[in-house]
Write a protein that binds this ligand. Structure first.
Ligand code: SF4
Length: 341
C-alpha cells in the first residue's frame, strides 16, 4: 500500500464542529466492496478492485458517486475512481515519478520546475483518489510541513524576486483546512514580488460544498490575483452544485480555468470532449489544457496514443470555436514549459 494519506486535513474538534465538506470527506467510500455494492456492480469486479486498491487506496465521496450511473462499470466518472486489476500491470516506460519531480524540490513542500512560478504542496490529501494520478506514488509523507517548516519554503520565495506566482497543489490544496490556508496565503501576500495565487483543485467538483464562506473569506480578501484551475475530465461531473460553486469562486474574484487528462474509456471521443468544453463554458470555466497521460505506473490502461490524441484535437477543431479548444500538451521532465503535441 503506498503512503498517500486519505483522510482530510481537518480540525481536531468533534464532528459537530467540522464543516459540511469535511464530514462528507470523512464519510467517503474507502473500501472497494462498499463501492461495488453502492453502485450495483457484479461481484466479478471485486477482485480487480481489491488488487488496485492494494496499490493505491480508493477514496470517493458520495457527492461524486451520485453523478454516476447505477450498474454501469463503464460510467465515465466511475472509471476514474474504480481500482482495476490492470493497475498491477507495469509496462516499460510507466514509472513511479513520471515527471521527475524529485529533482526539483528545493525545500519541504516546494516544487520549482518553471521560471517565474513555484508550486507548494499545500495539502498531502485529496477528496478523491483518481486512478490515473501522476502523483499516485508521490511521497506525501515527506511533504507535509508544519508552520515552522513552511518558513524554509517561504524564505525561498522571498529570496527569489523572479517569482511572480505561487501555485497551490497537492494532493488537493483545498483539502487543507481554511485556517491553515488563510495563514499560508497571508504569508505569501506579504512577499512583494508575488502577483498571483494559482490553486489547482478538484474539490469544488468532487464536493461542491467545499466552496463555503470560510474559503471565500480568505480567497476574496487577499491582494493576490486569483486563478483557480479546476480538474474536470467529463461533462457529467458538472452538475448544478458545481455550477453554483464556480459562481461563488468567480464572485470572490477568481479566474476559472480547467485542465483535463485524456483518458481511454472516459473522454477519448470528439463528442465527450466537445460536450465537456460546452459545459465548462456554461459554468463560467475556460478550457485550458488537455494533457496526455503522464506515464505513471498503474495507469497504462488509460493511455491514448499521440496519434489518436492529435486526431481527436483536429476533429474537435471542426466542431468548437477556438476559445473552447483546450491546448493538447504533454509535460516532459526538464522542459521549460508544457510541450504542445
Ligand atoms: S488527480 Fe488531483 S485530485 Fe486526483 S488523486 Fe491526483 S492530485 Fe488528487
Amino acid at each position: 500500500m503506498q503512503d498517500k494519506i486519505i483522510l482530510a486535513t481537518s480540525p481536531s474538534g468533534p464532528a459537530a464542529q467540522q464543516a459540511s465538506w469535511q464530514r462528507q470527506l470523512s464519510n467517503a467510500i474507502r473500501d472497494p466492496a462498499a463501492l461495488c455494492t453502492r453502485l450495483g456492480l457484479p461481484e466479478a469486479w471485486l477482485p480487480g478492485a481489491s488488487a488496485g486498491h492494494a496499490l493505491f487506496d480508493i477514496c470517493v465521496p458520495d457527492a461524486f458517486i451520485r453523478r454516476m450511473a447505477h450498474s454501469d462499470p463503464s460510467d465515465p466518472l466511475l472509471r476514474q475512481v474504480l481500482p482495476l486489476g490492470e493497475e498491477t500491470v507495469t509496462p516499460s516506460g510507466f514509472v513511479t515519478d513520471p515527471l521527475a519531480e524529485a529533482d526539483h524540490q528545493p525545500a519541504k513542500g516546494l516544487i520549482h520546475k518553471y521560471a517565474g512560478r513555484v508550486l507548494l504542496i499545500a495539502s498531502p490529501t485529496c477528496a478523491v483518489n483518481c486512478r490515473y494520478c501522476f502523483r499516485r506514488h508521490f511521497p506525501y509523507g515527506d511533504h507535509a510541513p508544519s508552520r515552522a517548516q513552511w518558513q524554509e519554503a517561504l524564505d525561498y520565495l522571498r529570496a527569489d524576486a523572479s517569482l511572480q506566482e505561487a501555485i497551490f497543489s497537492g494532493g488537493d490544496p483545498l483539502a487543507a483546512n481554511d485556517r491553515q490556508l488563510a495563514w499560508l496565503v497571508g504569508e505569501l501576500a506579504q512577499i512583494p514580488h508575488l502577483k498571483r495565487l494559482r490553486i489547482h483543485t478538484r474539490l469544488p467538483v468532487v464536493i461542491p460544498d467545499r466552496v463555503d464562506d470560510a474559503l471565500l473569506d480568505w480567497l476574496e480578501s487577499t491582494r493576490l490575483q486569483k486563478v483557480v484551475v479546476l480538474h474536470i475530465n467529463h461533462a457529467n461531473e458538472i452538475n448544478q452544485a458545481v455550477v453554483d460553486a464556480c459562481a461563488r469562486l468567480k464572485q470572490a474574484g477568481a479566474t476559472l480555468l480547467n485542465q483535463s487528462v485524456l483518458l481511454r474509456g472516459v473522454n477519448d471521443s470528439v463528442s465527450a470532449l466537445a460536450e465537456l468544453s460546452e459545459r465548462l463554458f456554461d459554468a463560467g470555466i475556460l478550457p485550458y489544457y488537455l494533457h496526455v497521460l503522464d506515464p505513471v505506473q498503474g495507469a497504462a490502461h488509460f493511455d491514448v496514443t499521440d496519434e489518436q490524441a492529435r486526431e481527436l484535437l483536429a476533429d474537435l477543431r471542426n466542431v468548437l470555436p477556438g476559445f473552447l479548444l483546450p491546448r493538447l500538451v504533454r509535460e516532459i521532465p526538464g522542459e521549460a514549459s508544457k510541450t504542445p503535441l
